[in-house]
Design a binder for this molecule. Structure first.
Ligand code: 5AD
Ligand code: SF4
Length: 450
């Protein structure tokens, strides 16, 4: 979270550090929203903050350790501030680490005033007030998600793109994953509430929404995700719709048809497959096979031939042999990814895989990850290079680092830098792509209508 308080601005300063997934980025924005009426404005300088929030992520190893070392730094900042005669700095740990080890955090890090789980953000003002009154009160509150969504205040859009949570939690229980334990079961917000929020965002100038959910394509509200996408596409001003993250087993025919028929639905799909070995997929409890996944990708590409595929991969899952790993490489070669995230398997206490035999040595994991990433980097670089010479519609989002530069995104989620006037921000304009790298594209405005 960045952004400085205006000079005549809020009386109190809030610093939020966000770890992990888009869901957390969204939650951090909502925490800033609930604290705004209390006079908190966001600062990007923790040392100046009256309130520091660490919005943590638990999905991979050492997350908790990172939080503790950050808390060590915060403790020093708080001391320096007190010695300099500044006001008291409140410290809150939020997010999935909070959920998973609330008590432990309070025990190990006395600097922390409050621990709050992902379902209790709407209660933050009350919890903070209580913690301030009686320092030492420790709460790891957890409330039903329905309460959370109903109780959050109206959104304020802060740009031309916005995240919109439509679903939370997960019932899939992949054997490596903590999400079903930390975020709870699947819950879908009612379609009506989502459409209403999207309308308000569009009224404030948002042109693109990314629908968020741990299992977004399992959205169980009226009409399913496909129905929701079609309703959102009809909202005036909303030109682009994306969604993430999806599970292959919830990718239904209606959603695939939406990719063929709904112009606003962007041709980019994050569809994690995790492994290219059926044996490993079974041990992961993924409920799909390599063949069923490949068939699915084929159907999606038949519906929308230019769709850019993205995914997540885990190497070194317990029992993964060299042959299993090579099967993953093979799958990556077959599918061709425009982007991907890849991870070494990390042992999460309490998950079934952490107790499985055949844990893979760290050195082997590292070596496999490097080999996999080499292929993925090559594919991503190639995908970006293939855009050179084409003219793509780019939604400009912000000024670039250099003077006279604007930055936006292609339909395929690639960052695009171009020279052009600031008034292009919020507009979708054709850009001729002239250069590419691993992470972004450069281009020239195809038409400058001054
Ligand atoms: N070890 C490594 N990667 C993991 N992920 C989730 N849990 C683990 C774990 N224990 C990865 C998966 C998931 C992504 C969000 O994080 O690939 O799709
Ligand atoms: Fe975790 Fe699997 Fe659920 Fe994704 S689908 S959140 S990897 S349990």
């Amino acid at each position: 979270m960045t952004g400085k308080p205006a000079s005549d601005g809020p009386a109190k300063r809030l610093f939020i550090k966000t770890y992990g997934c888009q869901m957390n980025v969204y939650d951090s924005e909502r925490m800033a929203d609930v604290l705004r009426p209390l006079g908190y404005g966001v600062t990007d300088r923790p040392e100046d903050a009256d309130l520091v929030v660490l919005n943590t992520c638990h999905i991979r190893e050492r997350a908790a350790e990172k939080v503790y070392s950050e808390l060590g730094r915060i403790k020093e900042m708080r001391q320096a501030r007190t010695e300099a005669g500044g006001g008291r700095m409140g410290v809150v740990v939020a997010g999935c680490v909070a959920q998973a080890e609330g008590e432990e955090i309070m025990r190990r890090a006395p600097v922390v005033d409050l621990v709050v789980g992902p379902q209790a953000y709407h209660k933050l003002p009350e919890l903070i007030a209580r913690a301030a009154r009686q320092t030492g009160e420790r709460l790891a509150a957890d409330f039903a998600p329905e309460d959370k969504f109903d109780a959050l205040p109206e959104r304020k859009a802060s740009g031309v793109t916005a995240f919109l949570t439509v679903q939370e939690g997960c019932d899939k229980f992949c054997t490596f994953c903590v999400v079903p334990y930390t975020r709870g079961g699947e819950y879908s917000r009612p379609a009506e509430a989502i459409v209403e929020e999207a309308r308000r965002l569009a009224d404030q100038g948002v042109r693109e929404v990314t629908l968020l959910g741990q299992n977004v394509n399992a959205y169980a509200g009226e009409g399913g995700l496909a129905g929701l996408v079609r309703r959102l596409a009809r909202i005036e001003g909303l030109s682009r719709i994306r969604y993430t993250t999806s599970h292959p087993r919830d990718m239904d025919e209606a959603l695939i048809r939406a990719h063929a028929e709904v112009e606003e639905l962007m041709p980019y799909l994050h569809l994690p497959v995790q492994s290219g070995s059926d044996r490993i997929l079974r041990a992961m409890n993924r409920d799909h096979t390599v063949a069923s996944y490949l068939k699915l990708v084929e159907r999606i590409r038949a519906a929308r031939p230019d769709v850019a595929m993205s995914g997540d991969f885990i190497v070194g899952f317990p029992g993964e042999s060299e042959k299993d790993f090579e099967d993953t490489l093979q799958l990556v070669r077959t599918v061709e990814h425009a982007a991907a995230f890849s991870f070494k398997y990390s042992r999460r206490p309490g998950t079934p895989a952490s107790a499985m035999p055949g844990q893979v040595e760290e050195k082997v994991k590292e070596e496999r990850l490097a080999r996999l990433q080499a292929v993925l980097v090559e594919q991503q670089t190639g995908f970006n290079a293939a855009q050179v010479g084409k003219t793509l519609p780019v939604l400009f989002e912000r000024k670039g680092r250099h003077d006279g530069q604007v930055v936006g995104r292609s339909p395929y989620l690639q960052g695009v830098h171009a020279h052009g006037p600031e008034r292009l921000i919020g507009q979708i304009v054709p850009v001729k792509i002239t250069g590419s790298s691993l992470n972004s594209l450069t281009g020239e405005l195809a038409m400058v209508n001054a």
